[in-house]
Design a protein around this ligand. Structure first.
Ligand code: ATP
Ligand code: MG
Length: 334
């Protein structure tokens, strides 16, 4: 079977990049695949989290999934820490993966900061847990933003090495990354060379799910740009990261491509593009944030969806984990 797995961390500040790069893709893919969407709280604690906030932020990601249009009857929505197979399989896969492979991961280098010795062991082994998330369900397709491409490749390498080392040919399918469209890497509105991120200290760097129309307009107005008019051809965006970013966001929000956007705005300045961009973003995000607020008013409803999702997720992962333990040679508990 073709199965989708993906996740979002409950680290607050859900933003336009999460929507365009990931969540909006989940919504369309759920119609074509058996889909599992996770709130990855075990990943969130690779950097310190306030326990009370973590709980609220977990419900917030679930609410965002629902508000964006994921159908909890059809797809599975659940919380990672509620299904122990993730952590168990991560241990086993950690004994398959090589230290040299993890040493090449650029996200660790970016997130660990200057003093790598002070980063948590969990931040370092994060990609192994991510491989476990996917492989615990034998997922075949993983919709993610560009920033997760390297981790996906690692998950494929781990799956292949497991199959090979354990003489378990084709046991784990090699998961396909699904990274498509004009906004797979939305950049910060303050710096066209940095990814838009939940953890960026500047609120002006991102459009969030809870921004109102005024905030969205203000943030696009203040967004970094350059003095030249927009080009008429796609090639003209090279070397202009801010222009490329804003045009890409526009294309994704309008459901079109970069060429079409440039045929409309080419030759004009950012003063023409930015207000239209704000208008489009408000059109997309305001119903979403209104629905999220409505859902957040009833945490027990969200909790019942997460509980039901965890049961369904567990039912898929448990037999796969059992097979893995058998392949490893662990004596069954009986
Ligand atoms: P953090 O800063 O805490 O890592 P994040 O913004 O990177 O937060 P994640 O929860 O790590 O968000 O990622 C959730 C999903 O959103 C992943 O599929 C990731 O690839 C995607 N994503 C994150 N940022 C962007 C972005 N700027 N553009 C496109 N997709 C993104
Ligand atoms: Mg991230």
């Amino acid at each position: 079977t073709q199965r989708v797995f993906s996740g979002v961390q409950p680290t607050g500040n859900l933003h336009l990049g999460n929507y365009l790069g990931a969540i909006s893709k989940f919504v369309t893919m759920q119609h074509d695949y058996e889909s599992i969407f996770c709130v990855v709280d075990l990943h969130a604690i690779t950097v310190p989290q306030d326990p009370a906030k973590l709980k609220a932020q977990t419900r917030e990601v679930a609410a965002a999934y629902l508000a964006a249009g994921i159908d909890p009857e059809k797809s599975i929505i659940f919380q990672q820490s509620a299904v122990s197979a993730h952590a168990e399989l991560a241990w086993i896969l950690g004994c398959i993966a090589r230290i040299g492979w993890l040493n090449r991961m650029t996200q660790f280098k970016d997130k660990a900061g200057k003093d790598k010795e002070k980063a948590s062991v969990g931040l370092y082994t994060y990609p192994v847990l991510m491989a476990a998330d996917i492989l615990a369900y034998k997922a075949t397709h993983v919709p993610v933003g560009e920033d997760q491409k390297q981790h996906l490749e690692l998950a494929r390498d781990i799956a292949a090495k497991f199959n090979n080392d354990m003489n378990a040919e084709n046991f784990f399918p090699l998961p396909e990354p699904m990274i498509q469209g004009p906004a797979t890497r939305v950049m910060s509105l303050r710096d066209g060379t940095a990814k838009m991120s939940k953890s960026d200290p500047s609120d002006l760097s991102r459009i969030t799910f809870t921004d109102d129309a005024d905030a969205i307009a203000k943030k696009f107005k203040k967004a970094k740009s350059d003095p030249d008019p927009l080009p008429t051809e796609k090639e003209g965006l090279e070397g202009r990261p801010e222009a490329k970013n804003l045009v890409g966001i526009y294309a994704a929000l309008a459901g079109t491509d970069v060429e079409t956007v440039l045929s409309e705005f080419g030759g004009q300045g950012f003063g023409a593009l930015k207000p239209k961009l704000a208008e489009l973003a408000v059109e997309k995000l305001s119903p979403l944030s209104a629905e999220m607020r409505r859902l957040m008013d009833d945490p027990s409803h969200i909790d019942s969806i997460l509980t039901n999702g965890a049961e369904r997720a567990e039912a898929i992962a448990a037999p796969i984990l059992k097979d893995v333990k058998d392949i490893m040679g662990f004596r069954p508990r009986g």
